[in-house]
Design a protein around this ligand. Sequence first.
Ligand code: ARG
Length: 418
Amino acid sequence: MLRLCRYLKYLVPKGCKKGRTVLRVVLAYSGGLDTSTILVLLKEKYNAEIITVTVDVGQKEDLEDVEERAYKLGASKHYTIDAKHEFVEKFVLPSIQLNGLYEEKYPLGTALARPLIAEKVAEIAKREGADAVAHGCTSKGNDQVRFELTLKALLPDDIKIIAPIRLYKFTRRQALEFLRSRGYDVPSTHKKYSIDENLWTRSIEGGELDDPAVEPPEEVFEWTVPPHKAPDNPLYLELEFRNGVPVAINGEKMDLFKIVGLLNEIVGSHGFGRIDHIENRVIGLKSREVYEAPAALTLIEAHKDLEKLVYTPHEYRFKRLIDNLWSDLVYNGLWIEPLREHLQKVAAEMNRFVEGVVKLKVYKGSLTIVGRYSDISGYHKELIDYNTGWYPSDEEARGFITLYGLHSLTAYKLRKRV
Ligand code: ARG
């Protein structure tokens, strides 16, 4: 414990601001095991005044309960900030336009929410004249990078950033014991697994999931039904896009926030949206990750399909490149990187032409695209039809093949001799 006190003194060398005698710390508080431990720890051992901040990014948690827990554990003040709509507009929307999937699988939920949470926490820290900002990340994950880079960008130098769990090397077991020994507890779901949730993705880590050879137990899933228990009738959906933004489901116009919520529910109830993959973390570890993201996977799949219909092959290939670049920057905690914004501008420009309707079929855990339409489609039935219409002449085809293959054919013939 001494270490932590020394660390805090080192971080806040001139003592507290404005002649206060106690340190004022703003804590990014989720209500989970790690941040609850930090709250008790900082208060107890350093007599710090803790202001907790919980940012609502659509986690399906009772945030009044979280507030109550914060006060029970000793917070002097608590903020719950509703950032759901901001999350959708500034983070989810570009993520659809850039088909944000890390390593082709993970819809980036946690990675997208961290910079927004950090921004809100930094605002409160400045408003409250805090000496330090604390977060609950360990030294093994990506989130420490995401939080701290955004905080460093937004906080003045005299507000320090502390990561007590990382500093003190608290394991989850130790954190639980620490809280119990002080007569506190956390909800049972937070004991077994580490869960992070927002309206775009639910992430479950830890427990038996740490063995990548073992199938995830059914108890880890909350947003999706087991595919074999899904309804026997397929679900058909028509998603309409304007400017690369989903605007309607089955002809009914609604805003993106509503579309995401609705899709999570209805597509999840048909068993689609589960992800289980091996992920390369930014800090050099491989981890086994389990997610639920029915709306995210549905919207990205449909959006990509429509892009294929309207883009030229050159646009399509370029877009895949920038999609991956953008996803990597976001995953790696570089929301502050200028290139991230440049890519979003390019993507928004290209998305002006992503217009039309995609028809999907969701059936017992699988999702298939079964139709698509756009007024500006590059597909023309009168050209492709094998029975009617236009055919390139034999002469045209021969000429094309000769010139098209000339480089390769020449090299092939020359090298065959060697
Ligand atoms: N692997 C994901 C990411 O790095 C999720 C991390 C947080 N998940 C959690 N269950 N604590 O973005």
